[in-house]
Design a protein around this ligand. Structure first.
Ligand code: LLP
Length: 382
């Protein structure tokens, strides 16, 4: 989207705060993903957790991506949006029995399994249904993604996956379980990763692991390298599409595939973050003793990322072209952490101006809550 291309008149008629999604940008992003991934025959699943808005899911499904789900609710949403069950994977460190049963009933492509007791439980539930569950082992590769600690997942200290050291005993266990079939290996080292060397490190770890498994005569049909590709939050107008070209190329350059092995990806943020903005109205401009506050009607209940991860979102005053001034841009929630930005320079704000918090299409609407008994934000497409 190009700065100034928001339909301001239409926005003025709508009750704020709301999410505004740019369909054209989402489509361009999906086209870029398909063009770059097809070069290498890669399969891309969309991480539904980033945004499960039905219109977005349908567009992604129409672009032929698969779905990466982390709950029974997400499996249901993916099926409802039209994702074929053989393109649905189900991950997560704590899958409840009803969620596993739902996935078995729908014959999903694969469970990404994270522990030995989970493997045994899936085996039991599958045997009760006379089914063979396809599983991939989620391996914790102990690779540092150099991103925010809350969204780092691939270190030994994180709760996710099997450690590499535990693999010999997992291999023994797998041989005893007759209702699970090992079809893949799964990895995910973290999110908002912009330094491609982290993915290079991941490839090298995967190569070592494949050497070990080959020695044990174990072959997997697919390698799922997870998601994590970051976007440019600083410059949404100039860099609206993530660098899919470099991203897929790293895997092509460094990952040693076995013959006929298929590489899967599960991208969330890079697919949907750029296409969404949170539109909010300035309620009051308040002069504090040392600060000037722009108090807006959106809060951490609508977009929690700044409060939770100190995340940066580019903010534009889309209805004013006055001189620039500095503000703390804050919401109405009774918490000091309800702050979108501190000492932020933007066009002078007055009551009634509309602000756009950009790059909010991922982990925005989906993480909204009703804290303070607020309404959930609505969403519109333009
Ligand atoms: N696969 C697995 C196993 C994951 O845990 C995640 C994200 C993804 C794929 C998708 O990663 P992505 O391509 O979106 O980076 N709420 C946080 C992000 C949490 C990410 C959780 N896992 C945020 O707002 O930054």
């Amino acid at each position: 989207m190009i700065k100034g291309s928001f339909p301001i008149e239409k926005f003025r008629e709508l009750q704020t705060p709301f999410y505004a999604y740019d369909k054209e940008l989402l489509q361009k992003t999906l086209d870029a993903i398909n063009a770059e991934s097809k070069k290498y025959g890669y399969h891309v699943h969309y991480a539904v957790k980033a945004n499960a808005n039905p219109t977005i899911l349908q567009m992604i499904c129409s672009a032929n991506l698969g779905a990466d789900c982390v709950s029974g609710g997400e499996v249901r949403a993916a099926i409802k949006a039209g994702f074929p069950s053989d393109k649905i994977v189900f991950a997560g460190v704590g899958k409840a029995d009803w969620e596993i049963e739902l996935a078995l009933d729908n014959d999903i492509f694969c469970f990404n399994v994270e522990s030995e007791p989970e493997l045994e439980n899936i085996n039991d539930l599958a045997s009760q249904k006379n089914k063979i569950a396809r599983v991939a082992l989620r391996i914790n590769p102990n690779v540092d993604a150099h991103t925010h600690s809350y969204i780092t997942t691939g270190l030994n200290e994180n709760k996710f996956g099997f450690s590499i050291e535990s693999l010999p005993q997992v291999v023994v266990l797998l041989k005893k379980l007759s209702n699970v079939k090992l079809v893949g290996l799964h990895f995910h080292i973290g999110s908002q990763i912009t330094d491609m060397s982290a993915f290079q490190d991941l490839c090298i770890k995967i190569n070592e692991l494949q050497d070990f498994l080959r020695e044990k005569n174990i072959r997997c049909q697919h390698i799922n390298v997870g998601g994590g590709l970051g976007i440019n939050y600083q410059h949404p107008n100039h860099v609206p599409i993530a660098d899919f070209d470099s991203y897929f190329k790293v895997f092509n350059d460094y990952l040693k595939k076995e013959k006929d092995q298929i590489v899967h990806f599960e991208l969330g943020r890079s697919v949907v973050a750029p296409c969404g903005s949170l539109i909010t109205k300035v309620l009051y401009v308040k002069k504090g003793t040392s600060k000037q506050f722009a108090i807006v009607d959106a809060g951490m209940t609508d977009l929690i990322r700044p409060a939770l991860y100190q995340a940066y979102h580019h903010i534009e005053n889309v209805t004013s072209c006055g001189l620039e001034e500095k503000y703390d841009i804050v919401g109405p929630i009774c918490e000091s952490s309800d702050t979108f930005a501190k000492d932020y320079t933007m066009n002078a704000a007055k009551r009634g101006d509309l602000l756009a918090l950009r790059s909010a299409g991922a982990y925005g609407e989906i993480m909204a809550s009703r804290y303070n008994l607020r309404e959930l934000p609505k969403s519109y497409f333009f």
